[in-house]
Design a protein around this ligand. Structure first.
Ligand code: SAH
Length: 284
């Protein structure tokens, strides 16, 4: 007998069985960096079933368009300068909606557990006794690099990679990161939320021994119609950020892997895809 937890999907044929979305549950889902094709099957299936979608500012419009037309779509993000929902208000809302019997899709940019406060929300759901599921997503530091033609690792360049945030909840550069140790230990650094405090961050990395000539890239609005890559160096990054008008959201990647872009090229070009119609929805 088929239970409500098992529905068949036509996307990959009858062999694929994905769990149904029971009313009263919250699903904490990663939306990936932007391109809807980077959603997981679980995420796409959840969008088709959810009664309510509560999303962050980073979730691309092209992804939100995949929600059911009847679904209520609630923006719960933080947008620079404007008053935004507080974290306790967001979790309270998720809990209330679930208790009202809704299928609640909490959609977060990238992966919900990578610098996305998903852990805090999951803990609040556990404390409230609300059943939930976590659906990982492709984080911007992986998907964005790939679309920029920068491999996260390559045998000739790095055996380690570190994901770092350049922005603590206080708003400052996190002081629980040992930047000197990081500079010495991880040959490739993928830094989230680094645009604002770039000067401090690159300063600490160079102080920790990294060369000013080391390649660095900004990957802005990765995998969306606004996708843009600016290649620089550690020493020139601040000047290039200002001269080129680099804006958040952006991933900053530091390390020799950036040079591999010269070989891979800009294989993913949103302008070309728009011409072909593939990115029409995202460009609207
Ligand atoms: N959970 C998200 C990260 C949230 S923190 C993830 O896994 O990707 C917010 C930061 O993520 C942004 O400031 C930026 O550094 C990065 N980011 C998220 N989406 C991005 C995108 N499409 N392009 C570039 N950077 C992105």
């Amino acid at each position: 007998m088929k239970t409500h937890r098992e529905t068949e999907r036509s996307l990959c044929g009858p062999a694929l069985r994905l769990p149904g979305f029971p009313p009263g549950e919250v699903w904490l889902v990663g939306a990936g960096p932007g391109d809807p094709g980077l959603l997981t099957l679980h995420a796409a299936h959840a969008l088709e079933q959810a009664d309510v979608v509560v999303h962050d500012a980073l979730v691309d419009e092209a992804v939100l368009r995949l929600a059911r037309p009847e679904a209520e779509v609630i923006f719960a993000g933080k947008r620079g300068g404007k008053p935004s929902a507080s974290q306790p208000d967001i979790t309270r809302r998720l809990i209330d909606l679930a208790r009202a019997g809704k299928r609640v899709l909490r959609l977060k940019g990238g992966d919900p557990f990578v610098f996305g406060r998903g852990a805090e929300e999951a803990r609040a759901l556990v404390a409230a006794g609300v059943p939930f599921r976590v659906v990982p997503g492709i984080t911007a530091g992986i998907g964005g690099l790939a679309y920029a033609g920068i491999p996260a690792t390559a045998r000739e360049t790095n055996a380690a990679i570190a994901f770092v945030t350049g922005h603590a909840s206080s708003g400052a550069v996190p002081d629980n990161v040992d930047w000197t140790a990081l500079a010495r230990s991880a040959s490739v650094l993928v830094i989230y939320m680094a645009v604002k405090h770039l000067e401090t961050i690159v300063g600490r990395l160079m102080k920790g021994g990294r060369s000013p000539d080391e390649p660095l890239a900004f990957i802005c609005s990765a995998t969306t119609a606004r996708h843009r890559v600016v290649v620089s160096t550690l020493g020139a990054a601040v000047a290039d950020r200002d001269a080129q008008g680099v804006e958040a959201p952006a991933i900053v990647v530091v390390g020799e892997v950036v040079r591999l872009r010269e070989h891979l090229g800009a294989w993913w070009d949103p302008a070309g895809l728009m011409a072909s119609g593939e990115m029409d929805a995202a460009a609207e």
